[in-house]
Design a binder for this molecule. Structure first.
Ligand SMILES: [Zn+2]
Ligand SMILES: [Zn+2]
Length: 145
């Protein structure tokens, strides 16, 4: 399967489409994702923001520090997050994708916060904290707006 990749919420009020292949697919074990999803582990599919288009007007945002999570204002399905330290990137919840089996995670993030009874016997790289380095200063090449 190749791009475009589509997804949306349970009720269909939020739909989105990505015109390219994802640059990132990972599990996240952090407590913040756990709260936001209600699930013991989350998974995300990362694209560049300018490769993504939304349709519908139901998308709601919840901002918490540098991270803004979006969800359907009607059915509540978690849709995506953006991190202001990772400008130009958007991470969709894997479960929001129409073809979730296509997006095989390639690593685990925040395993320091992994629940002790959760066992995922794979050989994927495991990061104690984030799997995506957050730059501490603004974009060093200065070429992007
Ligand atoms: Zn919905
Ligand atoms: Zn997380």
């Amino acid at each position: 399967m190749t791009a475009p990749h589509t997804g949306g919420c349970r009720c269909g009020a939020v739909r989105f489409e990505a015109s390219a292949e994802p640059h990132h697919v990972s599990y996240c074990h952090c407590g913040d994702c756990r709260r936001a999803s209600g699930a013991p582990v989350s998974a995300f599919v990362g694209f560049l923001t300018d490769q993504v288009a939304f349709t519908g007007k139901a998308l709601k945002m919840y901002e918490n520090g540098p991270v803004t999570r979006s969800f359907c204002g009607i059915c509540g399905s978690p849709i995506a997050y953006v991190d202001e330290r990772l400008e130009d990137h958007i991470y969709f919840t894997l479960g929001a994708m129409d073809m979730p089996a296509y997006f095989r995670p390639t690593h685990h993030a925040h395993v320091r916060e992994q629940l002790p009874f959760l066992h995922m016997p794979d050989d994927l790289p495991r990061h104690l904290k984030t799997s995506v380095p957050r730059p501490s200063s603004s974009n060093p090449d200065g070429t992007q707006s």
